[in-house]
Design a binder for this molecule. Structure first.
Ligand code: SAM
Length: 196
């Protein structure tokens, strides 16, 4: 049985621990998408403590499986405990390691790929997202506007590399003829890309 109370506790603890989890309005938009698309297989890049993956499990049918990748072993352990306590352990597979190394070895086909990890790797995540998403499926990417820095001409050194890669992602997602992309100003920016 899905334990909503534990899910709320996971959210509260993540916020207290300053772990960046999906924002409420972004989640609300993705909930709408999941209810409409009815995916059977989702790939998430960036598990953190399993909050968004558990929410995705809640918003999809019982036969929808979620594969999720996390580079940080401690977080992945916490995520494993959380998904067990929430009651979605049999729906979520956590893969521990760098997504850049794991993605080339995946051979599943996904209805939805959700990108929510290192911003500097977004172009690589998009490249694999295209390979791993079925025709007609969706690639969603969170934090695509990165607090507005992506739209700004002046960025501090610290953000410059991430901004350059996020712009590269947006260019490919909007100019590749196989892709149809819209960018929403919800949360920190959410891109929705249909793979044709
Ligand atoms: N999706 C989560 C949620 O909303 O509950 C939040 C994910 S958090 C924004 C990003 C996570 O991606 C972090 O836990 C970080 O350790 C992980 N990460 C960063 N780079 C990664 C990589 N190259 N491969 C796998 N995970 C990565």
């Amino acid at each position: 049985m899905f334990n909503d109370k534990v899910l709320e506790e996971v959210k509260k603890k993540a916020l207290e621990d300053h772990i960046p989890i999906i924002m409420d309005d972004t989640l609300e938009k993705i909930k709408e998408i999941l209810e409409e698309e009815k995916p059977k297989r989702i790939l998430e890049i960036g598990t953190a403590v399993g909050y968004s993956a558990s929410q995705f499990a809640k918003f999809t049918d019982d036969d929808c499986i979620i594969d999720t990748i996390e580079i940080d072993e401690e977080r992945a352990k916490e995520a494993q405990n959380n998904i067990k306590e929430i009651g979605v352990e049999d729906r979520i597979n956590i893969m521990v390691g760098n997504a850049v190394d794991i993605l080339p070895n995946l051979d599943n086909v996904y209805d939805i790929v959700f990108i929510d990890a290192a911003k500097g790797k977004y172009p690589i995540f998009l490249e694999y997202g295209i390979k791993l998403t079925r025709k007609g499926g969706l690639i969603l990417a969170d934090n695509i506007l990165y607090k507005g820095y992506v739209m700004s001409d002046y960025n501090k050194h610290k953000q410059r590399t991430a901004v350059r890669h996020l712009r590269e992602f947006i260019k490919e997602a909007t100019e590749n003829e196989k892709l149809e992309t819209e960018i929403l100003e919800v949360g920190d920016g959410l891109s929705i890309t249909r793979v044709n």
